[in-house]
Design a protein around this ligand. Structure first.
Ligand code: GLC
Ligand code: MG
Length: 560
C-alpha cells in the first residue's frame, strides 16, 4: 500500500490568506491558488501543504478550527476545494492538509456545548478543572504557561473552573484521553483521505498527551512552564499508532509532525520505520542558531545551525525519514536572518541557503515566496502586525517585563511571524498582483516593485530558476535523494561542508556562510582529479585543493 512517494518529492507550503486573491476581497482564496498551480508545477513541486482552509474565527489565522470538515467561506466552497484537488491532480501535484488537533477554536460546537451544559458529553472533550483556592484568591489548576505567554488556563466565566489552552485562550486543548475525541479525529482524517488528499502535517502533535493527574511544574524555568507534563507525554506513541492503524495506513499517505522541543529519543521513535507512527517530523533545531523567534537577538552561530541541520540526517538515516526546512508561516524570511546582510547579498544568500539545505537528506519544504528570495517587511508600528502572538509578546514585554514600547516593538519586529504572512509578490502591479487593488488583510511588502515573481523569473540572476534547477537535479541523483550524510569541519565558523554517499557514489556540498571571502581546503578523502562542479550559485571556481569561496558561494561537487 505504502509507496514512499514522498522520498523523491518536494513540498510547497501555501498560506492561503496570502497567496492569491481572485475575488479582490483582500484575502487569498482557493480560486486564486488554482490560478497559480502552473507556477508551482513548473518550479518542480510534487505536493502542496495547505495551511488550514477550514472554518475558523481566525484568532490564530486558521490554527483555531471551528469545523474540520468544511472550507471557510472566505477561502471559497467545498466545490472550489474539489476543483483544486482535480487541478492539482492534473498537474501531478499531491495535496497535504494541515491538521490542528491539539486544540480547537473556542467557537467549535463541541466547546460551545461543553460550556453551555455541565452535563454535556462534550465537556469531557476538553480539559476542565477546578481552580485552586489560596485564601481568598482563586488560582489556575496548575502553574503552566501558554506558548503564547501568560497562564495556560482560562477561567470559565461565572464558575470556579478553568479550561486548558496551551496556545491562545481561544484555542482550548482537546482531551485526547477521551476515546470519543480520538474517534472524531479518525473520522476527520478519513473524511479528507476519502477526498483524495495524500497526507497531513500535524500541528504541534507532540502535545496531544498530558501527564495525569495534572500538576505544577516545580522547576525554576520562567517560560514554557509545564512542558515536562505536556510535551512527548506518556500516551503519545499509543495515540499515533491508533491514528495510523485506523486511518493513515489504510491509504498511501505521507505524514509530517510539527514537533515542539522534542526529546531526541521520542523524536526518533515517532519516525522510526518500525514504530507505525509518523513518516517524519519538523525539528527546527537549526532555527535556534540566531534565537530569532525568542525575540531576544543573539549573534548567528553557524556551528549550531550546522548541528541542527545535519545531525538529524545522520541520526535518522536508515531508520526513518527527514525533512529540510528554512521557512514557514511562523518564521521571518530566511534571507533576513542568520546574520545575512540582505541588502547586499539577497540573491547569493537565497541560492546559498537553498543549495546547502535542500541537497541534504530529506524532503524539502519550500514556503511560498522563498523560491523568490522574498524579504522581511519594514513594519512601522504594532498596528502593522496582524499576528496575535506579536501582540501577546508586546503586552508581556511592556507589562510584566517593563520594556519600553519602542524597544519592545523593535525586538518583536525582527522575529515576527508577520514577515512570512504578507501577500505573495507576483508582479510589479498594484498590491504586487496579489489582487486587483482592494486593501489586503495584511500590507504588501513595498519592495514588491523590485522583488516579484515576474521580475525574478526574467532576471539574469533568478532565484526561481535556481530552485527549478536544484529541484530537478535532486530528483535525478539517487545520491542526493537517498545517500547518507557525512559532515566535515563541524567547528569551522564560516564554512558548511558535507558529503552524501550512496551505493559507492559520492557528492560533496561546500558553502561559505558569510559575507566575506574565505579559503577552504577540500576534504582530503576526495581526489581532486575526480571532482567536477555539478551545480553552483557562482561561475568560475578554480580547480585547486584550497578554494576561495566568495560571499555565500555554494558548490555541489560530483565525484567521477
Ligand atoms: C503551530 C502553528 C502555528 C500556530 C500554533 C498553534 O506552531 O504552526 O502557526 O500558531 O501551532 O496552533
Ligand atoms: Mg479573496
Amino acid at each position: 500500500m505504502k509507496t514512499n512517494w514522498y522520498r523523491e518529492a518536494a513540498v510547497y507550503q501555501i498560506y492561503p490568506f496570502s497567496f492569491m486573491d481572485s475575488d479582490n476581497d483582500g484575502m487569498g482564496d482557493i480560486r486564486g491558488i488554482i490560478s497559480k498551480l502552473d507556477y508551482i508545477r513548473d518550479l518542480g513541486i510534487d505536493a502542496i501543504w495547505f495551511s488550514p482552509l477550514y472554518v475558523s474565527p481566525c484568532k490564530d489565522f486558521g490554527y483555531d478550527v471551528a469545523d474540520y470538515k468544511a472550507i471557510d467561506p472566505k477561502f471559497g466552497t467545498m466545490e472550489d476545494f474539489d476543483l483544486l484537488m482535480d487541478e492539482c491532480g492534473k498537474r501531478g501535484i499531491r495535496v497535504l492538509m494541515d491538521m490542528v488537533l491539539n486544540h480547537t477554536s473556542d467557537q467549535h460546537p463541541w466547546f460551545k456545548e461543553a460550556l453551555a451544559d455541565r452535563n454535556s458529553p462534550y465537556r469531557d472533550y476538553y480539559i476542565i478543572r477546578e481552580g485552586k483556592r489560596k485564601g481568598r484568591k482563586l488560582l489556575p489548576p496548575t502553574n503552566w504557561t501558554s506558548s503564547f505567554t501568560g497562564s495556560a488556563w482560562q477561567r470559565i466565566e461565572g464558575t470556579d473552573e478553568f479550561y486548558l489552552h496551551l496556545f491562545a485562550p481561544e484555542q482550548p486543548d482537546l482531551n485526547w484521553e477521551n476515546p470519543a475525541v480520538r474517534d472524531e479525529i479518525i473520522s476527520i482524517l478519513k473524511f479528507w483521505l476519502d477526498k483524495g488528499v495524500s497526507g497531513f502535517r500535524f500541528d504541534v502533535f507532540n502535545m496531544y498527551s498530558k501527564v495525569y493527574p495534572l500538576r505544577d511544574d516545580r522547576s525554576p524555568v520562567r517560560f514554557q512552564k509545564g512542558t515536562p507534563y505536556y510535551v512527548d507525554g506518556p500516551r503519545m506513541h499509543e495515540f499515533l499508532n491508533e491514528m495510523n492503524e485506523k486511518a493513515l495506513s489504510l491509504y498511501d499517505t505521507y505524514t509530517v509532525g510539527e514537533s515542539y522541543i522534542p526529546d531526541e529519543e521520542h523524536a526518533h521513535r515517532y519516525i522510526h520505520e518500525e514504530s507505525g507512527e509518523l513518516d517524519s517530523i519538523f525539528d527546527f533545531e537549526h532555527f535556534n542558531s540566531d534565537n530569532m523567534l525568542k525575540f531576544i537577538p543573539r549573534p548567528f552561530d553557524l556551528r549550531r545551525f550546522k548541528k541542527g541541520l545535519l545531525e538529524p540526517q545522520i541520526r535518522y538515516h536508515g531508520t526513518g525519514w527527514n525533512t529540510l526546512v528554512l521557512e514557514n508561516h511562523d518564521n521571518p524570511r530566511s534571507v533576513c536572518r542568520f546574520g545575512i546582510d540582505t541588502a547586499k547579498y539577497r540573491y547569493e544568500a537565497a541560492t546559498f541557503l537553498a543549495l546547502v539545505t535542500f541537497l541534504g537528506w530529506g524532503t524539502p519544504f519550500i514556503y511560498q515566496g522563498e523560491e523568490l528570495g522574498l524579504t522581511n517587511t519594514d513594519f512601522r508600528s504594532m498596528d502593522d502586525l496582524k499576528d496575535p502572538v506579536s501582540h501577546f509578546v508586546f503586552d508581556m514585554m511592556t507589562g510584566k517585563l517593563h520594556i519600553p514600547a519602542r524597544t519592545a516593538f523593535s525586538l518583536i519586529r525582527r522575529g515576527a511571524r508577520d514577515h512570512a504572512r504578507t501577500p505573495m509578490q507576483w508582479d510589479g502591479t498594484v498590491n504586487g498582483g496579489f489582487n486587483a487593488g482592494a486593501e489586503p488583510w495584511q500590507c504588501v511588502n513595498p519592495d514588491y516593485r523590485q522583488i516579484n515573481a515576474a521580475a525574478d523569473m526574467n532576471a539574469e540572476k533568478s532565484v526561481y530558476r535556481f530552485y527549478q534547477k536544484l529541484l530537478a537535479l535532486r530528483k535525478s541523483e539517487p545520491v542526493l535523494l537517498h545517500g547518507h550524510t557525512v559532515e566535515y569541519d563541524p567547528d569551522n565558523r564560516n564554512i558548511i561542508a558535507y558529503s552524501r554517499l550512496y551505493e559507492g557514489k559520492r557528492m560533496l556540498i561546500v558553502g561559505n556562510f558569510s559575507g566575506r571571502t574565505h579559503r577552504y581546503r577540500l576534504p582530503l578523502d576526495f581526489d581532486l582529479s575526480d571532482l567536477e562542479i555539478a551545480f553552483s550559485n557562482y561561475d568560475g571556481q578554480s580547480n585547486d585543493r584550497v578554494i576561495k569561496l566568495r560571499p555565500y558561494e555554494a558548490i555541489l561537487f560530483r565525484e567521477l
